[in-house]
Each structure stands twice: as structure tokens, then as C-alpha cells.
Design a binder for this molecule. Structure first.
Ligand code: CU
Length: 82
């Protein structure tokens, strides 16, 4: 049986949204996925967030600057490696 470890949520995306890929450690379960998704959405309600737990990867499409996106992920207690 395949473990589902990729979660994504889509909102209406403005055409000038940029894709940012972060390597994030400390994520282990669906609660982490939800915490990160909600934190990013609080910053940008139109963001698209995709989390791959196995790859420790968070993909965000947003108009917000990369540093601001990394900050809200760190504020949830995760480590943004790059
Ligand atoms: Cu978790």
C-alpha cells in the first residue's frame, strides 16, 4: 500500500505568482502539513502549497517574497534549510 505523503491545496492563483521550493526539516505528519499550509495561507490567501513529507520539500506558489514565506514556515517551528 502506498503511503500518501504529498498534499496540495489550490486556490485561485494570480498569474504573476512565483514558485518557491523550500527544503524543510521537522515535518512528520498531516498536522505539520496543515500547520504550514495554514501559515502560508494566512500570509497569502491565494497561495498554492504542496508538501512532500518524504522529500522534506515544500512548494509554494505565491506573490509574496521568498523570505516572508520562509519566515512563516520557521514561525511554525520548522527548519527551512534552503
Ligand atoms: Cu506533524
Amino acid at each position: 500500500m502506498m503511503k500518501r505523503s504529498i498534499y496540495s491545496s489550490n486556490a485561485m492563483k494570480p498569474s504573476n505568482a512565483m514558485k518557491h521550493i523550500f527544503t524543510v526539516t521537522g515535518m512528520s505528519c498531516g498536522h505539520c502539513v496543515r500547520a504550514i499550509t495554514q501559515a502560508v495561507r494566512a500570509l497569502d490567501p491565494q497561495a498554492t502549497v504542496q508538501v512532500d513529507l518524504d522529500a522534506q520539500r515544500v512548494e509554494v506558489e505565491s506573490q509574496q517574497p521568498r523570505t516572508a514565506l520562509a519566515d512563516v514556515i520557521r514561525d511554525e517551528g520548522y527548519t527551512v534549510v534552503d
